[in-house]
Design a protein around this ligand. Structure first.
Ligand SMILES: Nc1ncnc2c1ncn2[C@@H]1O[C@H](COP(=O)(O)OP(=O)(O)OP(=O)(O)O)[C@@H](O)[C@H]1O
Ligand SMILES: [Mg+2]
Length: 335
């Protein structure tokens, strides 16, 4: 390891290199060319468990459902932030008893989200962005939720089965493993980048890269299964100070919250084209009635002729309920 890679400047440069990598092949190249990443010394098994393969592989059978887990985590994270900001302990009896309660209490104007302008502006708190070439799409998921300190990554993003949210009634998460389901759908190598800064802007911005452990020739003979692992540098989650960063989000700079990049994500054939259309529709179907709206954003570089590259979504239920909806008839006809 050289001096540069130990410095904050080096850690920031490495984050940006990883974040702006477009596909898993780009990440491969970065790993190969960087002495900190290329060996095995800086990689640790997720959940501190070399047998994590089964738990992670068995989370979700499909890539959209796995993505929904990430979006659910973002919604949870925003409700948690709102709760902290209201001076309320999420585990106390004063905390909302359900997600619906939380939305009513923390977003008194939520009824306005039926109006496109208000919905669009709220939806920018959870963004799904496309990157990479058309047929090798990587996805970025951003939220301005509670965020996590670098020191807490291992008990949050990188833990399994710890039940962090068990005593919190107004969020969906329960088992501390849903978010890991997407790992297996990140290309062939399972690369996933997680970056986060706490909502109250205390502490540094932390990040880690997740991958499937590439078995060595010897391990091929001795191990039955591989495992999933994450990066630490000098025994710590890499981190650096930020005020703001231009991460090519929609309408904002990154200052706090969480950003996750899923490289070369294995989108099913019906959701592979412009994400603000196809993936938007799939998410809408799966997330029948999400507590908060979100926005899907594709890129001019990928689809120069498409005029609708940004579209918010708020669940199929609300879409079906819209007054002018062409799918619901007031009257029954035999036709
Ligand atoms: N977007 C996020 N912002 C802040 N913290 C997050 C985010 N996503 C995940 N986390 C943290 O990581 C932990 C693990 O997430 P994961 O989805 O695996 O489990 P969970 O949401 O607790 O439960 P479930 O298994 O039911 O989804 C969460 O409990 C939370 O502490
Ligand atoms: Mg979850």
């Amino acid at each position: 390891m050289d001096l540069f890679s130990k410095s904050e400047f080096g850690l920031e440069a490495l984050f940006k290199k990883l974040y702006f990598a477009q596909t898993e092949t780009d990440i491969d190249k970065i790993i190969l060319s960087d002495s900190v990443l290329s060996g095995q010394t800086n990689w640790y098994p997720i959940g501190n468990n070399y047998s994590n393969f089964g738990v992670i592989e068995n989370q979700q059978s499909n890539p959209i459902a796995a993505l929904i887990e990430k979006i659910t985590n973002s919604i949870d994270a925003i409700l948690m932030r709102k709760c902290f900001e209201a001076g309320c302990n999420p585990k106390s009896s004063e905390a909302p008893r359900s997600m619906e309660d939380a939305v009513k209490r923390f977003f008194p104007d939520h009824k306005n989200w039926d109006l496109p302008g208000f919905r669009k502006s709220q939806s920018e708190s959870i963004q799904i962005l496309a990157d990479g070439p058309r047929m090798n799409t990587s996805l970025v998921i951003y939220d301005d939720g509670e965020g996590q300190h670098p020191e807490d990554f291992e008990s949050t993003f990188l833990s399994l089965l710890e039940g962090n949210k068990n005593e919190i009634h107004f969020v969906q998460g329960k088992y501390n493993m849903g978010g890991s389901g997407s790992i297996v759908f990140c290309g062939k190598k399972s690369y996933q980048l997680i970056g986060s800064k706490r909502y109250d802007v205390t502490g540094k911005f932390g990040y880690t890269l997740i991958r499937e452990h590439p078995l060595t020739e010897k391990e091929h003979f001795t191990k039955k299964n591989t495992w999933y692992e994450y990066l630490k540098i000098n025994g710590e989650i890499p981190s650096f100070d930020i005020k703001k960063m231009d991460l090519k989000l929609h309408n904002r700079l990154f200052t706090k919250g969480t950003i996750i990049k899923l490289y070369s994500y294995d989108l099913p054939s019906g959701s592979r084209s412009v994400i603000s259309r196809d993936l938007n529709q799939s998410i809408n179907e799966y997330l029948f009635e999400p507590a908060l709206p979100l926005i899907t954003i594709d890129k001019k570089e990928r689809y120069p002729d498409d005029i609708n590259l940004e579209r918010d979504l708020y669940g199929l239920k609300r879409r079906l309920e819209k007054d002018d909806n062409k799918y619901i008839d007031e009257h029954f006809t035999e036709e």
